[in-house]
Design a protein. Structure first.
Lengths: 611, 360
């Protein structure tokens, strides 16, 4: 299947954004000057990574894209030697990331990679639990290192200790060094992120593949249901809110906790009572690590954590207190979920007619169940815990840049590439040491103002879902599972390009995330901060959801997201609560408006807008 | 003649092993009832009732005389004998005792259905349906919308006479079956006054997927679906969770209904505004699929099922199974297992990776 030529897409520069390429690493550009690279780009298949990036990337946020560009590719191609695939290549057009799996084309080379793959991947599969335990130690020590990292400000005069301790190093040097350390910790954390993920997905993909060959009509969500964990770390932050709700009632402070949506007001009121202080202590005891959970996916600087926005967990606690007072159970129905999972697994197994196939089923199921907890749990460590701390460290860097007049506001730092920040810090530090004004104080504010305008124009652009030439076969496990690249998705993508008039759309399609059909009024919440407007029984329409959204699921009738597959947070939680969900619609939050009457079919993935 | 065998018996008294007494159709209905499946109620005139009728009316002796020395290749003679036998069967009354028993059951059936002189289907239920060559059993005669005990008795005789079509006689002669051994039972079953009806497979007929139940439905009787005269509504239900995973609502231009004057079903046009209306509501789809799952479980193999939603009865008790038989197409296919014997998860992952996922 042929899509638009990438170079043609790129050539249509949005007026006023000329020169945008400098906002991103140079190797991310589709090129016309290098004939060989140009031909490769033309012949490859590139699809827009809308799963991770619903919006154009800010220059700084490109860090995680580069981090996984490296990590996913190296584990596929240089560490585990996955026989038929190398890595996943990346490009950017107008701030949107396009990716392309790179196959190994030579049959002999594929063959020579097989024994290495069997040995290396085999080692991980065989020792999975022990290696995963090691991973947890490595990851936690990386996070601790990050938390301990200081971003020093530049003093008028260095402390006397520098002299008496004969330290021989200035804060200026430490600022430069620690910025490097900060970035390196981020990259390291993403190395670990992929240590298990490629193999984890492979085990899942081929279990899925086996099941769908046995049962061609089997929905992906049912396969996921068989292997999903019940006690997943990602649920823990929400569990803590439930505990705190119960604790508030027990201590008799529930009235105060629910008295105001602003955390600062509630906190001040509680401090005046003994039982209030006791409850606040209980809150403090769980904030680390659980309140590092992000209110978004954690991928972007604007995804703030609960710790950053205490109003968010407070509203969750208040919702749970309300439910408890009405005598509604707020516990997750884990026993029911477990029993249902076991029933489904057994019934599907019984329908497999061949003895060999039942044995293979047992093998693959066992393998998928071993690896799956990692697939679910790494998110909390990396995207939530690590990232939440990381973004705030970067804000400290931004504050120093602001102090020295390089940027107007702390949040402007996201408009700079991480290597530009490094250069700018050199400018700041040398100027500080010398006692002169940094050059960037004149150039950067102007550049950032221009970049902000470019970002606004990028947001208006509709990124085509696919460009280039689709191959006949895709072998890269991530491409298949995470991005759901199939014949059907290719067809849907070409259909998406044709949505001419969003005001007259009456039907939207996404992935069937959780079964069931309901009708109700839409409530569009672009961020978790807007969930306060959500009324009981409405249908939540959100860009994506994360564990910090969990309390809303006891209020809503169904959930629709722009981004995410059947393993996304919204889909998993909706299945637990028995709510229909349609996920990965691409643009539901753009098309649906609050108050619209919707019909959501979570079994087919179709949303009808009653106009 | 055996005195302790019943002349009539209710479907719910029949089981899978009742074929010699009530034939295949009725015993399978009894089996379904025993499995907890809702089928339209009814009763059978047993093979014992059939034998008594044949001997009491003296028909059996006359048949022997008529058939003796007949050349099975001589179609003209065969047809003449057939016409004579059938005319005699249809003209002679049942014994008083048999008439009373049938009348009593028919009255009870009417009471059960809360309808005076309940309309019924009268159909033959042969004892050897599964033998090769359906002609052995005579035509599978079915008479619909029969009301009143006299009409019921009359059509029972017509079913019995179908055992003596020229083709059936010739078949038996050619294959060495003695006519005295032939027996037939007649089923009398409440007409499902179907609002909607159709077929259901407990396996995907297109790809053999055993995890789904596929339902085709249209308004009126199931004939329009079975015959393929309309594109029916189509539902694919997950057998394990009973979710509807796919649906196609088609434009259904015609459906079958009863013409009470002629007691025949006739095709009528579906009013335009209803043509694209879903003919089976979601709750019914789910309930039906649940029934399909129970039937499959009972028989232990994928099934091919005819069903109807009765408009005379309230929701929650109005879906009926009319017929259920093992699915034959996929069950006969010998499929190779996906897995190589003794393959580990790693082996499968590797071979899957090498094969990749085909696009285009």
């Amino acid at each position: 299947m042929k899509f638009q030529n990438p170079h043609d897409v790129k050539a249509k520069t949005i007026p006023g954004t000329e020169g945008w390429e400098r906002m991103y690493p140079y190797q991310y550009q589709f090129v016309t000057d290098d004939a060989e690279r140009n031909q490769y780009e033309k012949d490859s298949f590139w699809f827009y990574d809308g799963l991770h990036y619903p919006e154009p990337l800010y220059p700084f946020d490109t860090i995680w894209d580069e981090a996984w560009y490296l990590a996913l590719s190296q584990f596929n191609n240089r560490i585990f030697m996955v026989p038929p695939v190398r890595g996943v290549d990346h490009r950017i057009i107008n701030g949107y990331v396009y990716i392309s799996p790179v196959p190994v084309k030579d049959g002999a080379e594929i063959g020579s990679r097989v024994p290495h793959f069997m040995e290396r991947a085999g080692y991980y599969y065989k020792n999975w639990d022990a290696l995963e335990a090691k991973w947890k130690v490595k990851m936690e020590s990386t996070i601790r290192e990050l938390e301990a990292l200081q971003i020093p400000s530049l003093p008028e005069m260095e402390h006397l200790d520098v002299v008496t301790g004969a330290l021989g190093e200035s804060q200026g040097y430490h600022l430069l060094k620690n910025y490097d350390d900060l970035i390196n910790l981020g990259i390291k954390c993403w190395q670990y992120h992929f240590e298990f993920l490629n193999l984890g997905y492979a085990a899942y993909v081929f279990f899925l593949d086996f099941m769908q060959k046995q049962f061609p009509s089997m929905p992906t969500q049912r396969v996921t249901q068989m292997i999903s964990g019940i006690d997943v770390i990602m649920y823990q932050p929400d569990e803590e809110l439930k505990k705190l709700a119960r604790k508030a009632i027990e201590l008799g402070v529930d009235g105060t906790v629910c008295s105001n949506p602003a955390w600062t007001v509630v906190e001040a009121a509680l401090k005046k009572q003994d039982s209030g202080t006791a409850w606040l202590a209980a809150v403090d005891s769980v904030r680390e690590p659980w309140f590092n959970v992000s209110t978004g996916t954690g991928w972007f600087h604007h995804d703030r954590s609960w710790n950053d926005q205490m109003d968010v967990p407070l509203s969750g606690i208040a919702t749970y207190i309300g439910k408890l007072k009405q005598g509604v159970t707020i516990e997750r129905p884990t026993e029911k979920v477990r029993a249902e999972r076991d029933r489904i697994t057994a019934e599907y197994r019984d329908l497999i007619s061949k003895e060999e196939d039942r044995k293979q089923f047992d093998e693959l199921l066992g393998c998928a169940k071993t690896v799956f907890p990692y697939v679910e749990n790494h998110l909390f460590y990396v995207e939530h815990w690590f990232h939440s701390v990381f973004w705030n460290k970067m804000r400290e860097v931004g504050a120093i840049m602001q102090q020295h007049g390089m940027i107007a506001e702390v949040e402007d730092i996201w408009l700079m590439r991480r290597d530009e920040i490094k250069t700018a810090l050199w400018d700041v530090v040398t100027a500080w040491a010398t006692g002169v004004k940094p050059r960037g104080a004149y150039t950067w504010p102007k550049e950032i103002l221009w970049r902000k305008g470019v970002m606004d124009k990028f947001k208006e652009w509709n990124a085509p879902p696919a460009i280039g030439i689709a191959p006949e076969v895709i072998q890269e496990p991530f491409t298949i599972v995470l991005w759901g690249v199939t014949n059907k998705s290719l067809a849907d993508w070409s259909a998406v390009q044709e949505i001419a008039d969003p005001d007259n759309v009456t039907e939207l399609k996404g992935f069937a995330g959780s079964p069931g059909i309901v009708e109700g009024l839409a409530r569009v919440c672009k961020t978790v901060a807007e969930v306060g407007q959500l009324q009981e029984g409405e249908i939540l329409v959100a860009p994506t959801t994360s564990p910090s959204w969990a309390p809303v699921f006891v209020k809503i009738k169904a959930c629709i997201t722009d981004v995410g597959g059947v393993m996304s947070h919204a889909a998993i939680v909706c299945r637990e609560y028995g709510l229909p969900a349609v996920v990965g619609t691409g643009h539901a939050t753009k098309i649906i408006k609050s108050g619209m009457m919707l019909r959501v079919d979570g079994s087919t993935g179709v949303i009808s807008i009653v106009r | 003649m055996s005195a302790d065998l019943p002349v009539v018996c209710w479907f719910e008294e029949c089981r899978r092993d009742s074929v010699p007494l009530v034939g295949g159709k009725c015993s399978s209905l009894g089996e379904l009832i025993g499995a907890g499946v809702r089928v339209p109620p009814g009763f059978a005139l047993t093979t014992e009732g059939f034998r008594r009728f044949m001997s009491e009316a003296g028909i059996d002796r006359e048949i022997s005389t008529l058939l003796r020395g007949l050349d099975p290749q001589d179609m003209t003679a065969l047809e003449a004998a057939s016409a004579s036998i059938r005319q005699q069967i249809e003209a002679r009354p049942f014994s008083m005792e048999t008439e009373d028993l049938v009348a009593e059951n028919y009255r009870k059936l009417s009471v059960r259905c809360c309808m005076p002189a309940v309309p019924v289907a009268v159909r033959s239920s042969a004892t050897a349906e599964d033998l090769p060559g359906a002609s052995f059993a005579g035509q599978q005669d079915t008479y619909l919308w029969i009301r009143g005990v006299d009409e019921v008795l009359h059509h029972m005789r017509r079913c019995i006479s179908s055992l003596y079509t020229g083709r059936a006689i010739a078949y038996r002669a050619n294959h060495g079956f003695a006519d005295e051994e032939v027996a037939i039972s007649v089923g009398v079953q409440k007409m499902a006054n179907s609002y909607t009806a159709g077929v259901m497979f407990t396996i995907h007929p297109a790809n053999g997927d055993r995890s789904v139940i596929v339902i085709d439905s249209n308004f009126g009787f199931g004939e329009s679906v079975v015959s393929g005269e309309v594109t029916p509504d189509h539902f694919v239900v997950n057998k394990i969770t009973l979710d509807i995973i796919d649906r196609t609502i088609s434009q259904k231009e015609l459906c079958y209904t009863v013409d009470l004057a002629t007691q025949q079903s006739i095709a009528v046009e579906v009013p335009f505004e209803r043509q694209k209306v879903q003919s089976l509501i979601d709750d019914e789809v789910t309930e039906l699929a649940w029934m399909g799952k129970q039937i499959e479980k009972h028989y232990g193999c994928p099934m091919d099922i005819e069903w109807a939603v009765d408009k005379d009865l309230p929701a929650g008790g109005n879906i009926f199974i009319l017929q259920a038989r093992p699915e034959t197409v996929w069950s006969k296919k010998q499929q190779a297992p996906l897995a190589a014997a003794g393959a580990s998860a790693m082996d499968y992952i590797l071979s899957g990776m090498l094969e990749g996922k085909k696009l285009n």
